[in-house]
Design a protein around this ligand. Structure first.
Ligand code: NAP
Length: 313
């Protein structure tokens, strides 16, 4: 079958997860475009993309004319904008309506499956904004794919295990028994490009839930103990303490604790069934392979990724 060499435009492509999508898009041979603010401070990564053949389009997110022009050049649009810019994606939806040529739009989801879960209020308010963008896309009849990438693996291994510290204690949120899904960022980049150009994934929710990447905090710690030969004391933070923090911390500091509660205490990445209409990526694309959690921990042992600088959400 002929390969789909759609032209792909990424918003937020210089960012934490967006940069993995841009690299994957280039690697898979797609003509790749990155929409970036005129005064972005991500010069180094944007220069790297240009040297690899990507086209960087400079523009603001509220510059309608610029948006329509940029969209006119491409087939597929991926947004990897961060939490504060989630509602700015309505500008992208408006421009896609005018441009009229976009074959697929992937809004900036890439976390929990927001239409299936219900969480503590600060995180819920954040997910409600993402849901608002989904409803605007559907109302405009724009072909979409919604990607639920679950937890960014290296990011949460850093957060939960603090592998760069010599400390003997590891914090455990709640009982530590709830299961969560952790996927390596490089894989999220590759699978996102794969689904963005796959006709099967049009108007579908794609969930990244490989069996090898489902783990509880306690299992993750014990795997890390086995790999490092060290023993850690586990300091449990009771669920009620996390709930209280989510009620008392100011916005946006209340969001990370609410996310920890939802994912690692309540297990929201695992507590719903994948529906018949949904696509689970590891089953749908057997030609690709997710890095397992074991392999991810090996990467931390032998070739540690830099500590993440992404916003928590
Ligand atoms: P990020 O790195 O913080 O930002 C992405 C890009 O947004 C930036 O590189 C920047 O590109 C652009 N941008 C546009 N307007 C901006 C502004 N006013 N200020 C700062 N940047 C601006 O994003 P991210 O952390 O990767 O988040 C992307 C998505 O992943 C979000 O939907 C987030 O909720 C999700 N996420 C999920 C997890 C998880 O574990 N599942 C973890 C973190 C994030 P230019 O500088 O080129 O304009």
């Amino acid at each position: 079958m002929e390969e789909d060499m759609s032209k792909i435009l990424v918003f937020g492509g210089s960012g934490y997860i967006g940069s993995h999508m841009v690299r994957a898009s280039i690697k898979l041979g797609h003509p790749t475009y990155v929409y970036s603010r005129p005064h972005s401070d991500h010069t180094e990564v944007l220069n790297e993309f240009q040297s690899l053949g990507a086209i960087v389009v400079k523009g603001q997110l509220d510059d309608h004319e610029k948006l329509v022009l940029a969209l006119g050049e491409v087939d597929v649009v991926i947004s990897a904008l961060a939490y504060p810019q989630v509602l700015d994606q309505i500008n992208i939806v408006e421009a896609i309506k005018v441009a009229g040529n976009i074959k697929r739009f992937l809004p900036s989801d890439f976390g929990c499956e927001e239409d299936r879960i219900s969480v503590l209020p600060p995180f819920q308010a954040f997910l409600d904004k993402k849901k608002k963008v989904r409803r605007a896309i559907e109302e405009a009849n724009i072909p979409y794919t919604y990607v639920s990438a679950n937890c960014f693996g290296a990011y949460f291994v850093n957060y939960l295990l603090c592998p760069y510290d010599q400390r003997q204690e590891i914090t455990v949120y709640g009982t530590g028994e709830a299961k969560a899904v952790l996927n390596y960022e490089k894989d999220i980049g590759i699978y996102t490009i794969k689904v963005a150009t796959d006709p099967k994934a049009c108007n579908r929710v794609v969930i990244f839930r490989p069996r090898t990447n489902i783990i509880s905090q306690l299992e993750l710690i014990s795997l890390w103990e086995k790999k490092t030969g060290r023993n850690f004391s586990k300091i449990h933070v009771p669920e009620q303490e996390i709930v209280t923090l989510s009620n008392t911390l100011l916005d946006p500091l209340n969001i990370p604790v609410s996310i920890i509660h939802s994912v690692f205490v309540k297990g929201v990445t695992m507590n719903f069934e994948i529906g018949e209409e949904d696509i689970e990526a590891s089953v749908a694309y057997p030609d690709l392979k997710f890095t397992t959690i074991e392999e991810l921990l090996d990467i931390f042992l032998h070739d540690p990724p830099k500590p993440a600088s992404a916003a928590f959400e």
